[in-house]
Design a binder for this molecule. Structure first.
Ligand SMILES: C[S@@+](CC[C@H](N)C(=O)[O-])C[C@H]1O[C@@H](n2cnc3c(N)ncnc32)[C@H](O)[C@@H]1O
Length: 272
């Protein structure tokens, strides 16, 4: 069952499911994220493999554990599902829930062929809106896998930490987190990293026009806030994730995986 769950008043006409009223004055994307409202440009970035989607699909495929049943997946900042669908192509999916601000991207996700190994079971659900809010509306202890791919670097360190805690809440006791992102090298500052990324965008991302490349560069300077891998790992630890390990990286991008555990303070409490 394909579902696009929209905020009121659209909910009333397009979906039988109701979402709580959106208390924000409007649903405009935060500054800098307008680039994702029209998906065509990002689509060409993916097709050029400039953000290493192909390598990451393989890494995701090799990381998903055998959960013993068809899996329930939450995709946080899904875009059009390009990363998740590639990485989950060999999986049996019980459900796939996509959270994103971009309705264009979510509609493209719903228009793609059924993800996973069972074309007769289509349980895609698209939930538009700010994922820092919509993730709190997801059922606790429900999902087997959460994928956060190239979406958390738009948040502040506190925002990332809160989001990871919320991810931990929606995962079941064997649930896995997959966190893919840009990252700072040890001792590298944001400006140094963005200069490296800017150089790659301007010189290599040839599936974009020169003006689109400049737009992409403007986007990273306004909206991208990577962390070091050490801080990413610490954030996962504080959120209660165990078996934290880097699965793949190159000079700019990395993928980490971890497994839900008890919150570190509870574990310490048990030892005393
Ligand atoms: C770089 S794209 C990544 C898309 C996909 N996950 C991938 O790896 O190819 C980042 C996505 O995160 C979404 N996004 C960023 N911040 C968001 C927020 N606070 N709430 C919902 N979506 C957000 C954007 O709309 C965009 O679709």
């Amino acid at each position: 069952m394909k579902r696009l769950i929209l905020s009121p008043p659209e909910t009333l006409t397009l979906s039988p499911m109701k979402t709580p009223p959106d208390s924000r004055p409007n649903s405009a994307p935060p500054e800098g994220l307008e680039i994702f409202q029209q998906w065509d440009m990002y689509d060409r970035i993916v097709h050029g493999n400039w953000m290493r989607h192909r390598e990451l699909w393989t890494a995701i495929d090799q990381t998903i554990a055998d959960h013993g049943h068809a899996i329930k997946v939450l995709d946080v900042g899904s875009g059009d599902g390009a990363m998740a669908f590639g990485g989950l192509s060999d999986q049996q999916l019980e459900s796939y829930v996509a959270l994103d601000l971009s309705k264009d991207a979510l509609q493209r996700m719903l228009d793609k062929p059924t993800p996973g190994q069972n074309p007769t079971h289509d349980a895609r659900e698209a939930i538009p809106g700010d994922f820092t809010r919509t993730i709190k509306e997801q059922p606790q202890g429900h999902f087997d896998v959460a994928i956060c791919s190239f979406s958390l670097h738009h948040l502040s360190p506190e925002g990332k930490q809160n989001l990871l805690s919320n991810v931990s809440h929606i995962l079941n006791s064997r649930g896995q987190l997959i966190w893919i992102d840009i990252y700072l090298k040890p001792d590298e500052c944001r400006d140094e990293f963005l200069n490296r990324l800017e150089h790659d965008i301007l010189n290599d991302w040839v599936t974009l026009t020169p003006s689109e490349r400049r737009e992409a560069v403007e986007h990273i300077w306004s909206s991208d806030f990577p962390e070091t891998e050490m801080l990413m790992e610490r954030m996962m630890q504080i959120a209660g994730f165990l078996h934290r390990r880097r699965i793949w990286s190159d000079d700019l991008f990395c993928m980490w995986a971890s497994q839900k555990g008890q919150h570190e303070f509870s574990q310490n409490a048990l030892k005393t």
